[in-house]
Design a protein around this ligand. Structure first.
Ligand code: CAA
Length: 395
């Protein structure tokens, strides 16, 4: 077992760190306060290749592995989580979904624009009554021969106001349950697609989250992804990978808050010495560092499993569950270490605390991750593939 990043990974990590500190940090407080979409910052992310990192060079992407993507997500999430969620949805849900399951025509038509950031993608699964219970889709797509007629409403859609491409999950045959669900590539310019108002959120406030309405939208047959009835499995498989991205976001949030708390605790003095020298604060820092390190191993390992083409659905659910809970717990502690300064916007930690909350909710709540993990272990997948040999040899 080698716990070492390769040269190419270190280069991506440094480039993302540099970009986040120099280009994202200035103005992040104001963008969050005023809910301003980070248009210029997204343009720069596109220029640097952060929006299509894993897309094959054949379609204009960076051709990088999941670990590189995770490292970039982590660094960007230390600073600006509106930017990192835009990046995450575009990379690991939309581009990956189309490249892995799309037809050659779909890939050729959509990937070059999405990878270049010329177009941005949204993943449209959630509905008012189909959040965690994702099989209960009310949005319908009726087969009309050469096209489907799409009707319904999707909620809390990331990139909803700015995306040009939607991956829409809809019911095509209610009698078949999840086997009657399909996924479609829908363009926002098509007649019948309308965008609701931007949500005013607790965190990731400058990312644009909207309700989307589809009214008699004609979706050409060739825009269905996969075989008839593949839509629910498409969503589940795509979300298994997406969860690695959100786990990396949570890891970055926790790491960013820890770095700020550590630096502050060395500068701030109380009772004649830096507060880091008081056990009450030093032990908080020790707990933060320990749990962040554990989350890092889980997140990097789930990316590694994906890169090795091994089963990663349990690993990614575990990584997201743990990293998001670490992010929530330790951003609260980072605010506590900052005392009164932690409660004001200028010091960044309160924003990271607000951003942490969504990582326990989107791309599957913590409760959904526990459903996925418990079902998998009860099916007999007791250990992750990486541990299999050593456990067998012990047994
Ligand atoms: N890969 C392949 N197939 C899978 C799968 C996976 N990871 N997970 C489930 N399936 C298959 C099952 O094998 C089953 O197929 P068969 O009947 O052929 O065996 C089928 O899918 C149905 O599975 P379940 O019986 O497990 O379905 P369920 O109704 O019990 O639901 C659930 C399971 C895990 C709770 C699922 O509904 C779920 O993940 N819900 C959360 C949805 C979610 O993550 N939403 C996030 C919205 S997107 C977002 O947030 C993006 C953003 O903008 C940031």
């Amino acid at each position: 077992m080698i716990f070492e990043l390769q040269e190419e990974h270190l280069a991506v990590q440094e480039a993302a760190r540099d970009f986040a500190q120099k280009e994202l940090k200035p103005g992040v407080i104001e963008r969050d306060r005023d809910m301003l979409y980070p248009k210029e910052q997204v343009r720069k992310m596109a220029e640097l290749g952060f929006l299509g990192m894993m897309v094959s060079p054949e379609y204009g992407g960076g051709g990088m592995d999941s670990l590189s993507y995770v490292l970039a997500m982590e660094e960007i999430s230390k600073v600006d989580n509106s930017c990192s969620v835009i990046m995450s949805v575009n990379n690991s849900l939309v581009c990956w979904g189309i490249e892995t399951f799309g037809t050659e025509e779909q890939k050729a038509k959509y990937l070059p624009k999405l990878a270049a950031g010329e177009w941005i993608g949204s993943f449209c699964l959630s509905e008012p009554e189909a959040g965690s219970d994702a099989t209960s889709q009310r949005t319908t797509a009726v087969d009309k021969g050469d096209h489907y007629l799409l009707n319904g409403t999707k909620n809390w859609i990331t990139n909803g106001g700015t995306s040009q491409v939607h991956l829409v999950i809809a019911q095509t045959n209610p009698d078949l349950g999840h086997k009657g669900i399909n996924a479609f590539i829908v363009e926002t310019g098509w007649e019948g697609v309308s965008i609701g108002a931007k949500e005013d959120k607790l965190g990731i406030r400058s990312s644009d989250t909207h309700t989307i309405m589809y009214t008699d939208v004609k979706v050409p047959k060739e825009n269905r992804i996969g075989e008839d009835g593949f839509g629910f499995k498409f969503a589940m498989k795509t979300l298994s990978g997406g969860r690695i991205g959100i786990a990396a976001q949570a890891l970055g949030i926790a790491g960013g808050a820890y770095e700020l708390a550590l630096a502050y605790s060395k500068e701030r003095e109380a009772f004649g010495k830096p507060i880091s020298r008081h056990q009450a604060i030093a032990f908080k820092l020790a707990d933060m560092a320990t749990e962040i390190e554990a989350a890092k191993l889980m997140v990097y390992r789930s990316a590694w499993l994906k890169d090795q083409k091994m089963d990663y659905s349990t690993a990614s659910a575990m990584a997201k569950l743990f990293a998001s809970e670490v992010a929530m717990r330790h951003t609260v502690e980072a605010v506590q270490i900052h005392g009164g300064y932690g409660f004001v916007k200028e010091y960044h930690v309160e924003r990271l605390m607000r951003d942490a909350k969504i990582t326990q909710i989107y791309e599957g709540t913590s409760e959904v991750q526990r459903i996925v993990i418990s079902r998998n272990i009860l099916k007999g997948q007791l250990y992750l593939p990486i541990w299999k040999n050593s456990l067998e040899s012990i047994g």
